[in-house]
Design a protein around this ligand. Sequence first.
Ligand code: ZN
Length: 269
Amino acid sequence: MPELPEMETYKKLLYEKIVGKTITNIIINREKSINCRPDMFIKDILLQKVIRIDRRGKHLLFYLVNGRVLILHLMLGGWMYYGTEEEKPNRTIQIQLSFGIENLYFIGLRLGYLHLYPINEVDEALPNLGPEPLDINFTLPFFINYLHKKRGRLKTKLIDQKFLSGIGNCYSDEICYHAQLLPTRTLEDLTDIDKKQLYESIQLILRKAIQYGGYMNHAFYHDDRLTGGFDNKCKVYDREGELCERCGSEIIKKMISSRKTFYCPHCQF
Ligand SMILES: [Zn+2]
């Protein structure tokens, strides 16, 4: 599932491709992916200019010039592609937004959605999200204070969107590996040194993943050299049976709260 770095990558690329441009056509092949009647949806966004794109947790928000906002959540298996009809991937398209001869394709939206709201209803429409780990106010003292009286397993808490926004299965494992903390540890037994290390690993891994375009490698456009560059930088995620770069032990997979969790049992404590 796309997480914070993947959505930041989309945000960056969408800025390059569609911000300032006008939606010239809309095709809705899957009505369940939207939240109102297709004719109403189309009427509200046709010939509107995209003026800004924001990310909140794993959501992207497309602000239109008429005060409407499209809220996108890709969930599991969703992705986007931008290009002409000839460049279109050979996949089922759930929604297509056209910008002249180029189109933004929404693919794999089974659980994912593209919902339309007036700007003043956006906060209500979003679920209850925890702090953004890359926000300027998310400092080490804030984090230490925030952890006070918080309980639960590291893996479970890191992927809890009410605890922190935007981290999922991949980056929770990479953060724990970088911090040399076992994902089975609990927040309540972390030392001050562990907490500081955890904070630093959250910052470093998320920023590095954004820099390399995240780990999911569906190209966003035909000449996309950014998306997916972090995939081969992952140290443990989806690397069961491979050897740990740090200590040479075998990376293992374990289910924690019914989530696949990858870690090194030898150099994470
Ligand atoms: Zn190791």
